[in-house]
Design a protein around this ligand. Sequence first.
Ligand code: SAM
Ligand code: SF4
Length: 330
Amino acid sequence: MTLVDQFQRRISYLRLSVTDRCDLRCAYCMPEAQTFLPRNEVLSLEELYRLAIGFIDRGITRLRLTGGEPLVRRDMIELVRALGRKLGNGLDELTLTTNGTQLARFADDLFAAGVRRVNVSLDTLDRAGFARLARRDSLAQVLEGIAAAQAAGLTVKLNTVALKHANADEIPVLIEWAHSQGLELTLIEVMPLGEVEEDRFDQHLPLSEVRTALERRWTLTASEHRTGGPARYFDIAETGGRIGFITPLSNNFCDGCNRVRVTATGQLFPCLGGGEQIDLRAALRSASADVALAEALDLAMKIKPLRHSFRIDAPGSAPALSRHMSMTGG
Ligand code: SAM
Ligand code: SF4
């Protein structure tokens, strides 16, 4: 039976986190001294595979592997290969969200396994700015990774978190560069997920402001393009490319939600911005795993909320949720 929630939204998209670990420490995502989970708490490769198959059997047709940084998990490519065999056989699309640092190494393998699109996070093209924001001097590796992915035949989409201080002035440069490379770029508002060093209010840059600034420089035309996700797209006449806006704070995007998320420990979050949680690891490890998993997914459909409850109202606001994006899987 397919997955339909209490608001009649058909859930066809799973974001599965394969690790909470990462080789970067983006300031908006996690603190420098992030503590990672003990390895035995994380689902094994076989459990991740069984879980994914359980979802595919219930009508999930699009699967995105994420993290943390998915490509730092050692056995990750084996999982991609195994899931790639489901393409055309229940699964329509297998994608990845990555910071790009390991892409040069894995791009060919990903393509060979059936992956056709990857999202790469890139918030700045300035080496010093990157090292400050990601707290690692890895811009060159990321750019190399993007080029390798394109050379391997993968369609690369860039994700850029708009930040009041770290990259606000640089957004037009990033867009121009992306479009000159034939890359689509989507801007994302920072979300109040987990404690980081800086106050979220000081990071938050409403995309309405970014759009106004871009419209002073370029001609933006609303595009009919849709991916089934929360982004709204605009074509830019002058650059000949497209940009997306994901605005969880300034414009609620929940009505057409088609997704759920599962962490690397098998916790299902029906909503990125909600407190609801279901333990799929317990279901997977129970004596009658298939029945327990099916029941857990039915329950998820009953408790998926209508909308998230993010807010960044004022300086010093507590995070909406204590978990970091690297845990839930972006
Ligand atoms: N490590 C991979 C990467 O950076 O693409 C995948 C995981 S990362 C958590 C997924 C996406 O979430 C990235 O595009 C990242 O920029 C974004 N992200 C992380 N923390 C965020 C936050 N607090 N608000 C908005 N986006 C965030
Ligand atoms: Fe790592 Fe991605 Fe979080 Fe940056 S955004 S710290 S790359 S998980």
